[in-house]
Design a protein around this ligand. Sequence first.
Ligand SMILES: Cc1cc2nc3c(=O)[nH]c(=O)nc-3n(C[C@H](O)[C@H](O)[C@H](O)COP(=O)(O)OP(=O)(O)OC[C@H]3O[C@@H](n4cnc5c(N)ncnc54)[C@H](O)[C@@H]3O)c2cc1C
Length: 454
Amino acid sequence: MTETLHIVGGGMAGSEAAWQAANMGVPVVIHEMRPKVATFAHRTGDLAEMVCSNSFRSDDDEQNAVGLLHWEMRAADGLIMQAADTHRLPAGGALAVDRDPFARMVTERLRAHPNVSVKTGEIDALPASGHWIIATGPLTSEGLGRAIAAETGAEALAFFDAIAPIVHFDSIDMTRAWMQSRYDKGETEEERTAYLNCPMDRATYEAFIDALLAAPKTEFHEGETAGYFDGCLPIEVMAERGRETLRHGPMKPVGLTNPHQPDVKPWAVVQLRRDNALGTLYNIVGFQTKMKYGAQTEVLRMIPGLENARFARLGGIHRNTFLNSPTLLDAQMRLRSRPNIRFAGQITGVEGYVESAAMGLLAGRMAAAEILGAPLPAPPQDSAMGALIHHITGGAEAKTFQPMNVNFGLFRPVEGLRGGRRGRRDRYKAYTDRAKAAWRGWLAHGRLDAPQPV
Ligand SMILES: Cc1cc2nc3c(=O)[nH]c(=O)nc-3n(C[C@H](O)[C@H](O)[C@H](O)COP(=O)(O)OP(=O)(O)OC[C@H]3O[C@@H](n4cnc5c(N)ncnc54)[C@H](O)[C@@H]3O)c2cc1C
């Protein structure tokens, strides 16, 4: 008798994990607390409910990393993609979804699967034995959140994200910016040059503050509390407190000399710090913000050196329960301290419907393979799935870890291709071609010809 896989949370990740494991012949129980216990964002008792926008973003699998993730999930017979494709709405190059029939189809397909049963109820403790995947998402219930924090340590589980914008390194103008840590601090040359600095003169700073104050901001959703203020004030709130506040905070110009203009003291300096081991992404230090996305791009491009910046992700602050995955999870998404428990979905520090479902797909396959006695190798780093899981379980800086969308900055560079804006189309095509080949290879490991009822 094959052992059962228990999945807590029937959202994007839990539903996809259940589908994958069940199709590999493993009996699955989904424990979903809705509709008995509600969250402030969900409205129904359906599985895979989309809580806000109805978009799966770009569906371009040659030039866009999220489109590539769609492709990889389709290649793996993903249920979330099948339902999204069935209930697709016209939206240009984006994949927009008719949310209610989408969620109903996921629910019906899982309930009808011979290997799946669904139990309604909240799980509020970490199970000591058995095979488990926890996929309870950004709104993990309070009781379970407490149990996870007791296991991981409170500092390794966050209840809000505070996302500073992240920039592709190759889009930064290094004729204006330079690398230097304040006061050249550090034992090694690498540490002494760990920060990327963008200088501002007084007029640019004043114009920047004006734009920041004028920019439209997003509000918290109803039910989200504003308990985020400790230690992660949005830059616009700092600016509202006084025009000089940022210059004495994250933008202080001290301990730095601009090698492009050594005799001119900058009025303010914006600092960026490396965000991944590959060195392809840099986050703007202390720049968490609730500016709306369009305005955010405009305001941030006023920073000297970032005029042509491409953003791997924009800043935000949300109610969001997530783990410090780089320290807590192994490459198979197992909790290092309790390997019978895997995590999947947004709670692992990815962000968005698609990324969450993708991490569910991987967790479901890896858990099922382990139960069947034939563990899978780690997904290839060159696939979108592999780039994302590699980032959250090891590639990201653990100290500053914040949720991540899939983007090409997470991919290993393809050698021999032209950098910069001009070479972008060829570069992205090379990434996606390489990813598809790698992903097909990995899928061949777990391939079972037909769903196998127990
Ligand atoms: C207000 C808000 C707006 C968002 N807007 C967007 C957006 O526009 N676009 C986007 O891509 N993403 C958005 N997100 C993020 C989105 O919710 C996630 O990316 C995605 O739904 C995460 O999938 P998941 O499976 O990890 O979590 P979910 O889809 O949230 O699923 C988790 C499930 O676990 C259940 N659960 C929680 N605790 C327990 C427990 N203890 N026992 C049993 N069940 C439990 C929940 O009821 C839920 O069904 C938003 C999130 C929030 C909170």
